[in-house]
Design a protein around this ligand. Structure first.
Ligand code: UD1
Ligand code: UDP
Length: 365
């Protein structure tokens, strides 16, 4: 009899990083895969599912416009619990550090169902940053019985925290696998035409701890740079969170800034691959950019991805206007410095993480 697996996820990055694993596991005869989406993200997650042709078995459809962390936790805990009860899985798979992840892992734990945690072991060891993700992932580590760490360092964090080393597996990050589904060598798009000969700087911002003053400072710096530099063009796909939309008002009407709705994954990955530079507080973007050697100025105070800092491809710049301005200008004007930041390899994965995880699951359950 095939073993029952239940995936539970709900946001865009979870979908991007879980779909390659779902597609890989679906090729196996020893497991039966079911998918429960929580709908923490509605449009952002649906678009990814469509691209990978993954059709959920359950959709909790929980999203509200101004959803609070309690709203998400409560609805996912109850809804994922019901999905677990009706499918009696041998294993529940969750990803990363969102509130969907935490609540789904808890629902499985309350039922005594083993949890597999994909992208386990990332840490800043500061529970306020990223908030609430650092708390979420640490809490999930306490209840998980299989931990798929993307890097040796993430695995080491888990073992240092007392997790049995035999239950921790270094696999790479499935986000690198996702790139092989989306990258097009001969990609063209109206957005790329709009950029023309100018150097493309891709900007994303969405973290809860960036909202308010830090995000306004980041956007003010982007505006200043766009006004001063004729040789660059900024593309800013805006996260739909109302706080991000409001902060981005100050960028409207600038000729060298294109404010876009969230881009489909295929467009986003292909633009990212062709960017000169990226300014972002995103976790996934930090990992993806290194596959294409595109430098990222990380607009956060700390990162749980120090491997990228060590390879030189990521640089932490926080949200200080002068710091961001100086670092962007340096990378635009100092060719040697720019070349130094072009990372020659991706420390987060080699594109085969999903196969490794699927093989381990096949052996262990
Ligand atoms: C969530 C995760 C964060 C992850 C991010 C990825 C938590 C606490 N946060 O943050 O870890 O980095 O997703 O993007 O789990 N919205 C839409 N349509 C969508 C998605 C969102 O309109 O498809 C709007 C809604 O108004 C929603 C708001 O965005 O209330 C915020 O969404 P939420 O999931 O609460 O927070 P994120 O900032 O997206
Ligand atoms: N992404 C996308 N369209 C966009 C912006 C981002 O498809 O307009 C993808 C990006 O490739 C990455 C993921 O969304 O894989 C990152 O999501 P986000 O920054 O929202 O969350 P995080 O990774 O910080 O949790």
């Amino acid at each position: 009899m095939p073993k029952n697996l239940l995936f539970v996820f709900g946001t865009r990055p979870e979908a991007i990083k879980m779909c390659p694993l779902i597609l890989t596991l679906r090729k196996r005869h020893d497991v039966r895969v079911r998918v429960c989406v929580t709908g923490q993200h509605r449009t952002l997650c649906d678009e990814v599912l469509e691209l990978f042709d993954v059709h959920p078995d359950f959709d909790l459809n929980i999203m509200k416009k101004h959803q609070t962390l309690e709203d998400i936790t409560e609805s996912v805990l109850l809804g994922a619990g019901a999905a677990i009860d009706s499918t009696t899985p041998e294993l529940v798979l969750v990803h990363g550090d969102t509130t969907t992840t935490l609540a789904a892992a808890l629902a499985a734990f309350y039922r005594g169902v083993p949890v597999a945690h994909v992208e386990a072991g990332l840490r800043t060891y500061n529970v306020q940053s990223p908030y609430p993700e650092e708390f979420n992932r640490r809490a999930v580590s306490l209840v998980a019985s299989m931990h798929f760490a993307p890097t040796a360092r993430a695995a080491k964090n888990l073992v240092r925290e007392g997790i049995d080393a035999e239950r921790v597996f270094v696999t790479g990050n499935t986000v690198v696998d996702a790139l092989s589904y989306t990258y097009r060598k001969n990609y063209s798009s109206p957005l790329l035409d709009m950029v023309g000969d100018r150097r493309l700087i891709l900007v994303t911002a969405h973290r809860r701890e960036s909202r308010g003053e830090p995000m306004l400072r980041i956007f003010e710096t982007v505006k200043r740079l766009a006004r001063e530099r004729e040789d660059v063009f900024f593309v800013c796909p805006l996260h739909p969170a109302p706080e991000v939309q409001e902060a981005a008002d100050l960028l409207r009407g600038e000729p060298r800034i294109h404010l876009a709705p969230p881009l489909g994954l295929l467009d986003f990955h292909n633009l990212l691959a062709r960017s000169y530079l990226i300014l972002s507080d995103s976790g996934g973007v930090q990992e993806e950019a290194l596959s294409y050697g595109v430098p990222v100025l990380v607009t956060r105070e700390r990162t749980e991805r120090p491997e990228g800092i060590e390879t030189g491809g990521l640089r932490l710049v926080g949200s200080d206007e002068a710091r961001i301005y100086t670092e962007v200008c340096r990378l635009l004007d100092d060719r040697a410095e720019y070349e130094r930041m072009k990372c020659p390899y991706n420390p987060f994965g080699d594109g085969h993480a999903a196969e490794r995880i699927a093989d381990i699951i096949g052996k262990v359950i």
